[in-house]
Design a binder for this molecule. Sequence first.
Ligand SMILES: *Cc1c(COP(=O)(O)O)cnc(C)c1O
Length: 362
Amino acid sequence: MAKRVFNFNPGPATLPFEVVEEASRGALEFNNLGMSIMEISHRSKDFEKVIQEAAADMKELLGLDEHFKVAFVGGGASLQFAMVPMNYLREDAFADYIDTGEWATKAIKEAKLFGKVNVVGSSADKKFSYIPDLKGITFNPGAAYVHVTSNNTIEGTEFHEFPKTGGVPLIVDMSSDFMARELDHKQFALIYAGAQKNVGPAGVTIVIVRDDLLARGKDKIPTMLNYKTHIEKESLYNTPPAFAVYVVGLVMKWMKKAGGLKAIEKVNREKAKILYDAIDGMSAFYKGTVEPGSRSLMNVTFRLPSEPLEEAFVKEAKAQNLVGLKGHRSVGGCRASIYNALPVDGVKALVELMKDFAKRNG
Ligand SMILES: *Cc1c(COP(=O)(O)O)cnc(C)c1O
């Protein structure tokens, strides 16, 4: 096999190699059925086991009980921007949103199609380079829900704590830090996450809904866009993205073997510390783009002294098998996405290059 690179892409992103290997076997033959996982019926016992185990393992890892239901749906996290308000925001009602980046802004745009939106907190004034102080935010007790984006993939910021919204359901777009750290996941009434950042391939989005919110949903909406459909039918109302669900299931097994969220978080913190320490230690050359108190564990954004140097750095990195380091076009600079499956050695190799590059070009 060709040498495997360290993949710092923001999404689709690196997967555990064990998972890729196992998936490649499943892509040839599954459970001695004489067929691959891509060819079996989604109504078969074999596939039912795959999808049920994926959901059960996920709930176990997240520490969720019977009040929470998992659904695997298509359409990407972007469809969730619309599904959330379509299900829970009535025309005469309003929802509270915190605007912390491009993805949050897109979620707000969709919600406005269905009802009134209060942007109760925003970091747009400083190019989304920080997470607003929750103490300074007044939430409306009458809101249909509060929506936050836990990790801002493009900008490189992350919520380190979440608002206490009392009786108002808290909804989170967790696409880019889903299952990256230990959290009290029970505080969220709805979690959604595109799989392709941290837990699988593109094509499937994980949606986890708490009973109380599920019961509040609107009824006169299209069947396929109603959360109740996917929850009640256990993601088998129609043909789910079966191969993607299968790979998510393999990632869940890998996470359990790795020791669960506690162990995963420990490694994630180690990787982030190595990288942020390097940036701070060479601050004459590298500049972190976000406030240190708001830094993401997953997407580390930084700039070099000039755009030509940034281009040269990304190119050199690629030549050393460190790929995907170019920042998002709206932010520029560099971004290292260091999701769960990115090994510590990848971060160490990146830091070695950063040191060497700064010495030669500083
Ligand atoms: C990637 C991403 C999205 C969009 O995901 P798609 O699956 O491409 O629609 C939404 N929110 C966040 C935080 C993301 O990182």
